[in-house]
Design a protein around this ligand. Structure first.
Ligand SMILES: [Zn+2]
Length: 538
């Protein structure tokens, strides 16, 4: 039996729900229940602290845990997400590493086990924390987990009702005491849904044909427009119609009162949709299994037509001087447009993957090497202004959305009184729904404005973030050479938005925004300073 200590803790910054400890606890318990030999020995729980202040009692939990780790009182430390372990974001990797060195396994429900055995583990660790430094990523994970629980319990997650249903108040109340919506079948819309499934399963009509057919028959969607093929595809694959609520990969038990389509018809429909996508896949001729031999997958494009390059193999037979016949095979990147529809691309058809991969690898290596040499001071000075500009841009956008939502709510509320007296063409319930939806948007915008204002005011933190990003880039550069193809591929996807290849092996690396800024620093350091993309010839 492995002795497990759990730590529940509100993270320090920018979270949606102030107190999500019950959610963390539930998630940890479910996680432990899935392991065959884990047993929860002790649970630590505490409230977080705002900003960067550290309360004395907040220090205690980690200190208690560290003491217990030294005394070998437990084997596994389990948290909801790793960011719960450090009091400050950049401290987390080091605290985690400390526990691992004491022989404690550190696990997170959301991210799995943190190990430090190999080069690749170390690399993954850096990338994980580097990526996660955007608060928004963590926020979305947290919200999703709450949503997943709602869905499991059979409640509608919010937003507009799927086609075929309407929103009604059934007296359910959320934890803030606000009444929330539930779903109910809409008579008219559900007949359209039944018709779509019937034409699909009985006559084999696909989304495209169905869209044309409904248009001919004058059937319109809720907004009064024609049904387009993608929305029909969504309808045909949404399990809600057999009564099952879905959020991401979480599915609820089936609910009889939400059932529009019987299970058998729905199952048949899924089979037909799958067949369709298989056929499309064959048409595309993307040999997925081959991709594993090449460095660039999904992020390499044709410099002439902009289309994606796909991986393929070619081979030739030739004779050696001694008469022996040899067969040689090599990997290629092909322009799909050029191969399938000659007219759409006037570039070169294929490129040797080996030649391109080597050139890209070499330039990434050089790039990382160059980055390592830039003094921290230069990076911070150069990037500080850009970071502030970026924050200001985001703040302006958030303020624009805030103002727009405020105007929207005002207009909707103005319509409410006439609607209640029957003097408006709007239905009061519908207006109520719309006001509620607009309020959610407004709250979200206000929160964002507030966060960004705080961030902008906090010069010290901006500088520390820049310093941290720089140290992480330096670590990447030290690890790049030693790691395998998968890890290199991941590093490249972190750094490069796209690789564009043109005739004669002209390769253009389009770097991601952060990296572009670094290259500018580097060019300045070299007194060059000309470009934001790199062009090389293989
Ligand atoms: Zn092309």
């Amino acid at each position: 039996m492995k002795r497990v200590y759990c730590l529940y803790r509100v993270s320090t910054k920018g979270q949606v729900e102030k107190d999500d400890i019950p959610m963390q606890k539930q998630a940890c318990h479910e996680f432990v229940a899935e392991q065959s030999d884990w047993h929860i020995e002790k649970e630590f729980s505490e409230k977080g602290v705002s900003g960067f202040k550290i309360a004395a009692k907040d220090r205690d939990a980690i200190q208690d845990l560290q003491k217990a780790a030294v005394e070998k009182k437990f084997d596994v430390l389990l948290v909801f997400m790793f960011d719960r372990i450090g009091r400050k974001e950049d401290e987390t990797p080091f605290v985690v590493e400390w526990f691992v060195r004491q022989g404690v396994e550190v696990w997170s429900v959301k991210e799995g086990q943190q190990r430090f055995d190999t080069h690749v583990d170390k690399l993954l660790n850096y990338i994980r924390f580097w990526q996660a430094s955007g608060e928004s990523i963590k926020t979305s994970i947290r919200t999703r987990t709450r949503m997943e629980q709602l869905v499991k319990e059979g409640h509608f997650k919010g937003g507009t009702a799927p086609y075929g249903y309407r929103l009604v108040h059934k007296g359910r109340v959320n934890k803030r005491g606000h009444e929330v919506f539930d779903l109910e079948i809409d008579e008219y819309e559900s007949t359209v849904v039944r018709r779509i499934f019937h034409l699909h399963t009985a006559y084999g009509m696909g989304p495209q044909t169905l869209s044309r057919r409904l248009t001919e028959d004058g059937v319109l969607n809720r907004a009064g427009r024609n049904f387009v093929a993608p929305s029909i595809r969504n309808i045909l694959t949404n399990p809600i119609y057999k009564g099952v609520l879905r959020f991401g990969e979480t599915l609820s038990e089936p609910f009889e009162h939400l059932k529009i389509i019987d299970d058998e018809t729905f199952r048949l429909s899924q089979e037909l949709m799958e067949q369709r996508s298989r056929n499309r896949e064959e048409l595309r001729r993307v040999p997925r299994r081959l991709a594993k031999n090449c460095l660039l997958v999904g992020n390499i494009f044709c410099g002439h037509c902009g289309g994606r390059l796909v991986t393929s193999t070619a081979g030739t037979r030739y004779q050696r001087a001694n008469g022996e016949e040899v067969y040689r095979r090599w990997w290629r990147y092909l322009c799909y447009n050029r191969v399938r529809h000659k007219g759409e691309c006037c570039g070169q058809t294929g490129y040797s993957a080996e030649r391109i991969d080597e050139a890209v690898r070499e330039s990434i290596r050089k790039l990382l090497d160059g980055l390592k040499k830039i003094p921290m001071q230069t990076v911070v000075e150069r990037r500080y202004g850009l970071a502030v500009d970026d924050l200001e841009k985001r703040l302006n956008e958030a303020r624009r959305i805030e103002a727009k939502s405020e105007r929207g709510i005002k207009a909707l509320k103005a319509e409410l009184a006439p609607a209640l007296m029957g003097e408006s063409k709007f239905d009061p319930d519908l207006l109520g729904d719309a006001i509620q939806a607009a309020q959610v948007e407004l709250d979200e915008a206000r929160r964002l404005v507030n966060n960004l204002e705080n961030e902008l005011a906090d010069t010290e933190t901006i500088i520390r973030t820049l310093e941290r990003q720089h140290s992480r880039l330096v670590s990447l550069s030290e690890l790049f050479d030693g790691c395998d193809l998968d890890a290199q591929r991941m590093v490249i996807s972190q750094l490069v938005d796209g690789v564009y290849v043109s005739s004669g092996y002209q390769i253009e690396l389009r770097l991601n925004v952060t990296l572009e800024q670094y290259v500018e620093c580097m060019d300045e350091a070299r007194a060059g300073g000309e470009k934001t993309t790199m062009v090389l010839t293989a």
